[in-house]
Design a protein around this ligand. Structure first.
Ligand code: NCD
Length: 315
């Protein structure tokens, strides 16, 4: 595998490999000097045409902890503002000599286009409403870690709640959790569901209260107001009343249920502030694990086979 564009590129076997590899990198991340020489001499560029806090920082931290050199392209200070085309921009970055490019763009399919233009490995860090594969990998990793079992997924009941329609996180998570054998239910008002769910390996519900008691993992999505150009629900208050994870609803989950959110959160809309800090909320762990999981992905794409011995050696 040379690029990671969608969860499908990995399949169940590839996902499991990344999760196991991430275990070593979690161990590395906990060291006093969290750095290994695995990608010394390699250059990783982050090329983000859309805003990001955690994903970009997470990839850059991951690359640095593997001793790769990093290059950051920021659209707000680039020649894109002078009218440079997408193709010229990525070819210019590639011409500096890079091994991997991590791409985020508001249009679906851009990482595939980029992979046809340049030779470097491409990692999709979010393309429009389409896919965000490393988010799904870090989510699967976080569930596996929280449940303390190597393969907790077969039969695991995962409810993904909220703005499914605009969510690349939902698409990638449906693909990853279901590939591993989990049973995924999408919970949202009809207006926030994709127009067609044909071929999606999911069940659908419009009633969060009806699924709460039978759920092992509740995955809340951000209401993506910036991607809506019409009113899809009456008001945020009404949305939270029916689909928000309030303290009261959290109390109706089974005691072992886990609460997740990819961030950034709209506190008080899809999740109450106090719920995000409950002991069974994994939201901070998702962010922490993101680094180790992205180290695993970068290592898998760029590491020389003999480097696996150096994997856990100190830098
Ligand atoms: C998500 C994204 O940008 O796709 N955030 C993230 O990467 N953690 C989800 C979102 O924006 O709601």
């Amino acid at each position: 595998m040379t690029s990671l564009l969608a969860v499908e590129d990995l399949g169940a076997t590839g996902i499991r490999e990344v999760l196991r590899l991430a275990d070593s990198f979690v161990e590395v991340s906990e060291r006093a000097i969290p750095r290994v020489p695995a990608l010394r001499g390699r250059t990783v560029a982050t090329v983000f045409f859309e805003d990001s806090t955690r994903t970009r920082l997470s990839f850059e931290t991951a690359a640095k902890r593997l001793s790769a050199d990093t290059m950051t392209f920021s659209v707000s200070t680039s020649s894109v503002n002078k009218g440079e085309s997408l193709r010229d921009t990525v070819e210019t970055v590639a011409a500096m000599g890079i091994d991997a490019m991590i791409v985020r763009h508001r249009s679906a399919g851009v990482p595939w286009q980029v992979s046809r233009w340049i030779d470097a490995s491409i990692i999709n860090a979010g393309d429009g409403w389409h896919e965000h594969p490393t988010q799904a990998l870090l989510d699967c990793y976080t569930v596996r870690q929280a449940l303390g079992r190597d393969d907790p997924f077969p039969g695991l009941r995962v409810a993904i709640v909220g703005d499914i329609k605009h969510s690349r996180v939902a698409r990638s998570n449906v693909a990853a959790f279901s590939a591993l054998g989990a049973r995924v239910t999408l919970v949202a008002p009809p207006t926030l569901m994709p127009p067609s769910l044909e071929g999606w390996p999911v069940e659908v519900s419009h009633d969060l209260d009806a699924v709460l008691a039978d759920t092992d993992v509740v995955y809340l999505l951000r209401i993506q107001a910036e991607r809506m150009n019409e009113a899809l629900f009456p008001s945020l208050r009404e949305y939270s009343a029916r689909y928000g994870m309030t303290r009261e609803r959290a109390g109706r989950l089974c005691s072992s249920a886990l609460i997740m959110h990819p961030g950034p959160m709209n506190r008080g809309v899809e999740i109450a502030a106090e719920v995000s800090s409950l002991p069974n909320s994994l939201i901070t762990r998702q962010v922490t694990n993101g680094v180790a999981v992205r180290m695993a992905v970068l290592f898998r794409l760029l590491g020389a086979p003999e480097a696996s011995e150096a994997l856990v050696a100190h830098a």
